[in-house]
Design a protein around this ligand. Structure first.
Ligand SMILES: Nc1ncnc2c1ncn2[C@@H]1O[C@H](COP(=O)(O)OP(=O)(O)OP(=O)(O)O)[C@@H](O)[C@H]1O
Ligand SMILES: [Mg+2]
Length: 250
């Protein structure tokens, strides 16, 4: 076990978003959290790195109770976690190299060491070092997405947290980013938590999938278990989601 949610509840303005949610994520797993828009996927992810605190329950990361940490302890904990946001969120006024090295900018490294680190991380996401001195607006959206993943790898995290990594991408780029998540998770031996509404991507690469609905866990299982589930609510959810994702592509 590496991440554990123990009876976690969270409300905003009287609306219960998470209602006594409990689940565990194993070390080295690719764990997808899926569900409809507004169901609490990003809220769940934010609890893992202490960006949100539960009103009830606890979140553990490597046996450490995240919601009880002070801000210094949280900073140390977050160094174990590489976060990839839905939008690349690169800084326009910094070069690709400086964006990738943002997390190590205060480590008093030489220019050569920073360059070496940036090149190594760009190589992991299959980007050529020729773009090091370019600026975010000079590269494609798909490349910006890869740069944001390279940035998340800078501190050699044990956990990679992705919030909607394939949203706004065309089908080919979407599959390429999905494949990259699989490749990085296995080659770097990290635990990946992927928040997505894309069941198609989840079924391709997830070890296990958690489905959220109405503040509760609708289903949790391997891709085979999810696909073969006889739960009528899950069957309805999957058919609706497949129809929606088909609509978006066609
Ligand atoms: N900081 C906040 N303050 C108030 N309400 C919030 C806050 N963060 C999230 N919410 C609310 O909690 C609910 C769940 O939000 P969340 O962002 O987790 O949804 P989601 O499942 O990630 O949706 P999407 O697929 O659209 O990204 C929403 O109703 C949202 O408005
Ligand atoms: Mg979200």
């Amino acid at each position: 076990m590496s991440i554990c949610f123990d009876k976690v509840s969270k409300s905003f303005g009287g609306k219960k978003v998470l209602d006594q949610i409990s689940f565990e994520i194993n070390k080295g797993e690719i764990f997808f959290i899926i569900g409809k828009s507004g169901v609490g996927k990003s809220v769940t992810l934010k609890h893992i790195i202490g960006l949100l605190k539960p009103e009830q329950g606890n979140i553990f990361l490597d046996e450490c109770c995240v919601n009880e940490l002070n801000s210094e302890e949280l900073t140390i904990l977050r160094q174990k976690c590489g976060m990839v946001f839905q939008h690349p969120a690169l800084l326009d006024f910094l070069s690709i190299k400086d964006n990738v090295c943002f997390g190590i900018r205060n480590q008093q490294l030489t220019a050569e060491e920073l360059k070496k680190s940036a090149c190594a991380k760009l190589a992991l996401v299959h980007l050529n070092e020729k773009i090091l001195n370019q600026y975010p607006h000079e590269v494609s959206f798909g490349m910006q997405k890869r740069v944001s993943i390279a940035r998340a790898l800078t501190l050699n995290p044990q956990y990679l947290l992705f919030d909607e990594p394939t949203t706004s991408l065309d089908p080919i780029s979407k599959n390429a980013i999905n494949d990259l998540i699989l490749e990085l998770s296995r080659s770097l031996n990290v635990t990946s938590v992927v928040v997505s509404h894309d069941i198609d991507c989840a079924l391709k690469i997830a070890d296990r999938i958690l489905v959220l609905e109405d503040g509760k866990i609708l289903a949790l299982g391997t891709t085979t278990e999810i696909k073969n589930s006889k739960n009528p609510f899950l069957i309805e959810f999957l058919s609706e989601t497949f129809i929606n994702s088909w609509d978006q592509v066609s």
